[in-house]
Write a protein that binds this ligand. Sequence first.
Ligand code: SF4
Length: 431
Amino acid sequence: MREDFLHFLWRTRRFDLSNLTTTDGQTLEILDFGDYNALDAGADFQNVKIKIGDIIWCGTVEMHVKSSDWWQHGHQKNAAYNNVILHVVYEEDEPIEQNTEGGHLPCLVLKNRIPEGIFQKYWSILHNEHWIPCQHHFYTVSEITKDMWLERLLVERLERKTEAIAVAFERNKGDWEETFWQFIARYFGSKVNSDPMEMMAQRVPHLVLAKHKNQLFQIEALLFGQAGLLADNFVDEYPQKLQKEYQFLQKKHSLSAPLSKTTWKFSRMRPQSFPTIRLAQLAALIHRSSHLFSKVIDNMSIIDLKKLFEIETSDYWHTHFVFDTPSVKSSKSVHKLGSETIDLLLINVVAPFLFFYGTSRKDDIMKERALILLDNLKAEKNVVMDGWKSLGLDTKSAARSQALIQLKTTYCETKNCVNCAVGVAILKNMT
Ligand code: SF4
């Protein structure tokens, strides 16, 4: 038994409601099941109204698998539980007679009130090794239920992504360009070098970059220098010149100390993803537009947004993956940002920023733009999408794929089925 299943039963009123009594033998009537409190601290249901004997009570309901969980969870010492008017449990292993303030705490036991079919279904979903726990029942849920749930999950995913943006935005004292620059840089680091990229970006304020935006060479000097990748005895003339330029610019702008070269990872990576190539691409992007965020929110079409990120590195990087080691000129144009990478950047950075901007400015049109952008981008290709495809789901747009990733990682993998619209529909079909 899990507590969230008890919440589900209460939320959907799917337990035997006839002749209810508290464990001390008083008649009980539920007049209002109240509101589910899924996120905030305090009792599980607020604004509940019940009648015990002849007296009507208004307050909160707290639920536990065992009544003794009241002690285990320390509710007796927590004022947030002062207003509990009913303790609903699966089984009463120990009478809890007093609430936080020493008053009587009535208890309702659900153990013999749960319909057999619903419990067995819940049990079979919870205990299997399928790719998603409800795999054998998924097809029984209507398309409209799934579509509406996926729309909600897309928003949920964007909200979750904006949490990290909100933290950085506050750290940057409300500077949109600075925050966007740091997130773009982080994304260019991909998984392996995302932290060093962000640390590097924090060492090169976007206002400094803006002053040099017309000189790609100077931008490269700033990025490679603050990344700590110019601290070597170079053979090639190009890095030697970058080194000199960096020393001058570092003094001129009183920049903080660079990162250590050892912060960066090169091993077990494709050369196209080396941080040197990523930094060169990032420099080319700043060279194209230093005030990226202003451009992004400026109602650009999706085609123009993509064009903004179609960048090409300086010539040196057409024949090098690292300093001083020439490589064969690539026919695959590795010095350019590929269309798939651009799409991923729009999905993972631009859309969440538009959404966060819309949320913080109470601008629904901007939030809608984030959703439209995702609707018009192709879905990511990964094993999660392969799994959903095998269940017959449409995974064409990024809006879909983002929602499906949210469903798999936040609900299916934690067996959070009673809080999933698909799971609720499956369990409801059993009663
Ligand atoms: S969370 Fe929803 S979709 Fe995932 S297994 Fe449970 S019921 Fe199915």
